[in-house]
Structure formats: structure tokens, C-alpha cells
Ligand binder design. Sequence first.
Ligand code: HEM
Length: 418
Amino acid sequence: MQTIPRDPSLDSTLDVVREGFPFIWNRVRNLHSDIFQIRLMGQRAICLHGPEAAELFYDPAYFVRTGAVPRRVQTTLMGLDAVQTHDGAEHRCRKDAFMALMTPQSRGRLMRLLAREWQAAAEYWAGQEEIVLFDEAQEVLCRAACAWAGVPLPDEDARRRARDFGLMVDAFGGAGPRHWRGKRARTRTEDWMEGLIKQIRKGRLEVAAGSPADVMAGLGDADGELLSARMAAIELINVVRPIVAIATYITFAAVALHEYPAYKGLLRADEEYTEYFVQEVRRDFPFAPFLGARVRQDFTWRGCRFDKGTLVLLDVYGLNHDPRVWPEPNVFWPDRFRHQAISPYNFIPQGGGYYDTGHRCAGEWITIETLKQAVTFLNTGIRYEVPAQDLRYDLTRMPTLPASGFVMRQVRPTGQPA
Ligand code: HEM
């Protein structure tokens, strides 16, 4: 049996806070190993890195999600007892409901709603001296996501609801006030959505058949029992909240367009290039740092022993910056996606493995399509100036964002559709 290399720190919890996104990647390089062990909040954990490790991590024969997501992340980011925390039949039941919303027709409807919202926003921005793209994008995404989901959203509420979805995401790596702000935002949002689910179930609110609100209101568990109204609300939030979270990638995409203007022409000339550009945004800029699971049964991998119940963390950020997978990983270079062979395990910004049977993000297609539309809109749908501002982002903060949120001045719509 091989000994798994050990991080010398007695407990790495503070190092995770201090180092943020590259925590696992830093140790992979220092210990020259894609597997090592640490102590985290008093318990032993194994950290994994690389495509082979991702393939292992996504094999449900070896890992479960039950008990892997810390309560503080559940009470802010995803909701207690949500799809992400289940295994087996219960997971399958909920995941099927999410995947049923991801047909090309359904995604097409979301894209049309989004196009309308971007145009309306551009006209509003034209009357403002300057705007912060991150805040505005959250509102655009929130309006379109709610309309798509069948969630009534009065105009005057759009800003604060969008902000609440954003605060839930912002809290996932935070402590103290950031955590409490996210938790309060979640309670407000769950109260709101639970009310809607109850109205739908009583027939007082009519929603389109097959819409996310309809699907979640009618969702049962693995035994066929209707989910509680609160649980259905949590899963409905798991549709809208991550769409609003795409604002983070849109803001990073705006930074990339600004810092590498040579790509603007290529994006106009070659439709396929937009896909490469968007994939490079998802690779190069940080969002999910790492993912957790627990060992289902004792097993051995590459001579290393994994004991039942051990917490295992898979490196997401580091894999996107590993030169063994991505040549010149710190260069923003969309062309790499022309030739790079993508597998379910070597490019995992939104999780790896398979959508239907595993935990891979149900919204990856929506994310890519929404980003492509937003990049085209920023490149050809509007003209704007970018004043001097701080565009740096802090890798020790999870999640992170360019400090200024990307300020734009003198925005003018060009009239070209998004
Ligand atoms: C799961 C990231 C957008 C719905 C996940 C996971 C990650 C992720 C890292 C965990 C995968 C795992 O546990 O193995 C992101 C990012 C997004 C995004 C960075 C864009 C900003 C979306 C969208 C939707 C969505 C737009 C739906 C409309 C889900 C669901 C899961 C999930 C339902 C749980 C899947 C499961 O446990 O089976 N996402 N996501 N996400 N995501 Fe996303």
C-alpha cells in the first residue's frame, strides 16, 4: 500500500481561506503528487487533481454526495437537502426534472427572452452616465430567468430579487457578514418561491405546462411523494439562481474583450470563434474552486487506500491551469479550443462526468449559450467606453470578481440584435 503524501500543516482550514482557489493546485506542485491528504476543520480529507482523478471522483460506485456539502454552503448557495446533496434514486428523480428543462426548444425560449432583456437594458443604459456591468447583467438575467421559469416578477422587484440571488452565490466561500447576508437573502427568496409553489398547487397561479415552476411544483421524491412546498421552492431557486450567476462569467468576458481587443474582429468574422472565446472564459477565469464527495466503500486507487466516509476534494480551478492539460495555461488564448480534445474529465469548470447519471451541472448548455449571446451583444450590440478602473480579481476570495464590476460609460445601442 502506498502512503498518500501529507500536507505538513496540522490543519489546513486557514490555508484554504488564505490561498483560496489555488489551494489544491499549490500543493500538487509542491508535493509533486496529484493526490495528497490534509486535515480540514479537524477531519482527514484527501485532495485529488487531474483528469484521471476526476474520472474516479465521478464514478458513483466509489463516492456519494450525502454528507459532503457543508451546512454553511447549503444554507446560502444551494439550499438544504437540494439535488446536489443526494445520491441514487432520489438524486435521479430530481436530476431528471432539471434535465427535462434543458431541451433545445426550452433553451431557445430562454435565449429569446434574454435577447429582449439585453436590448431593453441597452436603451436604459444609454440614458445613464455610467453603469456597472455585473449589477446590470444580474438584473437582465434575473428578469429573463424568472419569465422563462414562470415566476412572476413585478418590475419594481427585479433589482432586489436579482441582488438576493447574487448574495446567495457571493456567500459560498464567505464567513461573518458575507455569510449572514447570503443566508438572509436565501430565506427571503425561499419564502417568496414557497408562496408561489403553494399558489400553483392550489390552482391560484397558472403557469405554462413544462415550465420550471410547473415542473418543480409537481416534483415528487423517489417514493412518489410530492416534495414539500419549501423543498420544491429550493429546487426552483436552483434553476433561477445559477442563471443569475452567469453574470460573473459575463463580467469576466467583458474584461477579456477589453484586455484583448484583437479578438473583437475574429468574433465578428467567425461564428465558431465565439464558442472558443466563451470556453476560454470558462477555463481561464475562476468560479468553482473544488468539489466535495465522501468515500462510499473502502477501496484502493493507484495503491492508495480510501476509507469509507473520508471527505475527498476534487480540484476544479487547478485542472483548468495545469500545463499538462492546457499548454501555456496562464495565457488567454481561445484558439486552443480549435484543437484541444475535450473529455468529460479534462475540462470541468461546471463539474465533470455525465449529466443524466452524475452530478455534472444541469445548466452547462444554458451557460455556454447565454455567454455566447452576451459576448456578441457586448461586441456588436452596443458601443461603450471603459474608464480607468480596477479590473483585478482576488484569487483568495471565493467567489471572485473584477474589483470594479466592470464600469462602462456612454453606452449606445447599435441596433444589432443580441
Ligand atoms: C451543479 C457550476 C450554471 C444548475 C453544478 C456544479 C458546478 C456548477 C461546479 C457541481 C457539479 C458537481 O457537483 O459535480 C456552475 C457554474 C454556472 C452554472 C459555474 C454558471 C455560472 C448553472 C445553470 C443551471 C445550473 C444555468 C440551471 C439553469 C445546476 C444543477 C446542479 C449544478 C441543478 C446540480 C447537479 C447535480 O447535483 O446533479 N453547477 N453552474 N447551473 N448546476 Fe450549475
